[in-house]
Design a protein around this ligand. Structure first.
Ligand code: OXD
Ligand code: MN
Length: 605
């Protein structure tokens, strides 16, 4: 039974059903009894494995096909009428060809299957930020994940009313054939089509496809921004609250930073860090001339490996109830889950992520093929479980941003932290971000690539226009957030990480917010921007060993704050080539001006 009189919704469902020919159509209402029935059905079919009800109540394990474990950037297309509107860093396909191709693949693919109609909201329904989507899918796994990641159900149809518009999403698993896998975006039609995948980032269409690619395009046209950013709030001992948003490429620690627990002496003084979001921020100009941000999601789709009691207690707690784990290992001793880094001891009776018994004796840290969990294995966890969830999580207006932080994985060159001279220079800093690739997308890992604003795989239009939009947004705000860049990943000559990261990142956040005060703490002006005086970063009560017997000290801090002009001169040459070869003529003048300044600042005098 349909739950709406909205003709556009009814037509979308009818046309998609005519194409894919499901045996049955089920409208997802969001009510618990319906979801319980679907869970039971998925357990009966083997799509989900029920975990220990006492230790992990209402939690399930899912395994994808081995060919379907990450986002597929080279099969993800932006299908605009004009090729140049998709820009030089997106894959493009003519919309007519893309519809034909994916319709051909999806034709009849739901025969013998059920089509689920998922009405969902990104953002809190009723807020100015919120937008509605309808995802059609033949996967119960998708329904259950969307239930965690979005606000889903009948209320979203009610919000649409009789003729409201929405983002159309069609997901058909088909045969999960990697050769026929396509993730198509039609920003000019508010439409997404995903075929032949069942991996989260490719099929939970509210997330990367809608909340970043389509939303970034909408934001450009409507005067707001959709960004790959976490949002966190810091409460000071005197009760003052400040918020920052931070963009890091996939699998570079956004979830960890968003849920950080400060070092003990900060907690003792009364500091508190709360999480508003760990992956996506929608940002608007407020009446007060500041930028305000919401997290449009309702859960976390986090990277499991490396998550443990110490690295991210809050994320781990979030997975203890009502979570879905994907491609982690199953501990058959107690029907719980395991992944590399969860515990120091290796469990003995484990089924690996491919469903085969795992031999802990063969485990070799350097060889990921010996791992029990896939390096991109994930947990999908309800935000409501998170012990440090911000009280502003469901706010209709969002939170005002004091700072925006960019960051990547860089073994050298980029200091621990530096601040831009102004908004436009900050946009330049975001535009030149580069980072080593991770397992979140298919392809080689550890390769340095440009990832502007951590949005390389997610900008739904021309990257040059995207930079221009950033510049324009700066003009609209009287009090824009200050812009910073951080690098938690500096290494010494032996490849050891020089900064501890995790909770100790609070020390850097504190400096960042001191720079946002009305009377900011002083800083050194360098060739690349403002860098802290080493004594302004609190390294008291720090207990980090860079390598055996070598404790972190002030000299190490000085070394990771240093700006090496010769290295930056090389970096500037590389950026120039990147702008020319990869961005092209739509690069805003404000950014090429900043590049000239960098070159001049680094030139030998
Ligand atoms: C994610 C990603 O899943 O960025 O958040 O890949
Ligand atoms: Mn992400």
């Amino acid at each position: 039974m349909a739950f709406t009189k909205n003709k556009k919704v009814l037509n979308f469902v009818a046309e998609s059903a005519e194409l894919t020919q499901p045996d049955k159509i089920v409208w997802i209402t969001g009510d618990a009894a319906q979801l319980d029935r679907l869970k039971a059905e998925a357990v009966a079919s083997g799509e989900l494995i029920k975990l220990n009800e006492n230790l992990l109540p209402d939690c399930y394990l899912h395994r994808t096909k081995v060919n379907d474990v990450a986002r597929v950037e080279d099969r993800t297309f932006i299908c605009t009428q004009k090729k140049e509107d998709a820009g030089p860093i997106n894959y493009w396909m003519d919309p007519r060809q893309a519809y034909e191709l994916t319709h051909e693949i999806a034709r009849g693919s739901m025969k013998g299957r059920t089509m689920y109609v998922i009405p969902y909201a990104m953002g809190v329904p009723g807020s100015d930020f919120a937008k509605i989507g309808i995802e059609l899918t033949d996967s119960i796994y998708v329904v259950l994940n969307m239930n965690i990641m979005t606000r889903m159900g009948k209320q979203c149809l009610d919000a649409l009313g009789k003729d409201g518009d929405f983002i159309k999403g069609l997901h058909a698993k088909c045969d999960v054939d990697a050769e026929k896998r396509y993730i198509m975006h039609f920003p000019e039609d508010n439409t997404i089509i995903s075929v032949n995948s069942a991996y989260g980032g490719n099929v939970l269409l509210g997330k990367k496809c809608f909340a970043l690619r389509i939303a970034s395009y909408l934001g450009k046209n409507e005067g707001w921004m959709a960004e790959h950013m976490l949002i966190l709030g810091i409460t000071y001992p005197d009760g003052v609250k400040k918020y920052v948003a931070a963009a890091f490429p996939s699998a570079c620690g956004k979830t960890n930073l968003a849920m950080l627990i400060p070092p003990k002496h900060y907690l003792d003084k009364g500091y508190k860090v709360e999480c508003v979001g760990d992956d996506i921020a929608w940002i608007r100009v407020g009446d007060d001339g500041r930028l305000w941000a919401v997290n449009p999601e309702n859960g976390f789709f986090g990277v499991a490996p490396g998550t443990n009691e110490h690295s991210n207690y809050n994320a781990l707690q979030s997975t203890k109830r009502g979570a879905i784990f994907t491609n982690v290992a199953l501990n058959t001793d107690d029907m719980t889950v395991w992944w590399e880094g969860l515990t120091k001891e290796l469990p003995q009776n484990v089924i690996d992520w491919t469903g085969k018994p795992w031999n802990p004796a063969k485990f070799d840290k350097k060889d990921k093929s010996t791992y029990a969990a896939h390096p991109n294995s994930r947990f999908t966890a309800p935000a409501a479980n998170c012990p440090c969830l911000s009280p502003e999580f469901n706010s209709l207006t969002g939170v005002p941003l004091s700072a925006i932080i960019f960051g990547g994985r860089r073994a050298s060159t980029t200091p621990l932290v530096y601040q831009s001279r102004d908004w436009n220079h900050g946009v330049f800093i975001g535009s030149i971000m580069s980072s080593e690739t991770t397992a979140a997308a298919t392809g080689a890992t550890g390769v340095l690539r440009h990832d502007p604003m951590a949005m390389k795989p997610f900008i739904g239009y021309h990257v040059g226009d995207y930079f221009k939009h950033w510049i324009e947004m700066g003009k609209k705000v009287k009090n824009p957030p200050k812009i910073f860049n951080v690098n938690w990943f500096r290494q010494d000559e032996h490849g050891n990480f020089m900064w501890p990261g995790f909770g100790d990142n609070m020390r850097v956040l504190e400096w960042i917010l001191k720079r946002c005060d009305d009377n900011p703490v002083d800083a050194q002006e360098t060739a690349i921007g403002y860098v802290p005086y080493p004594e302004d970063i609190d390294i008291s009560e720090m207990d980090y060993e860079i390598s055996e017997g070598k404790k972190f000290g002030i000299e190490d801090l000085k070394s990771i704050l240093a700006v090496d002009k010769a290295k930056w001169a090389k970096e500037a040459e590389e950026i120039e080539a990147y702008y020319k070869n990869s961005i092209g003529s739509r690069i805003p003048k404000e950014l090429t001006d900043s590049l000239e300044t960098l070159k001049n600042n680094c030139a030998e005098k």
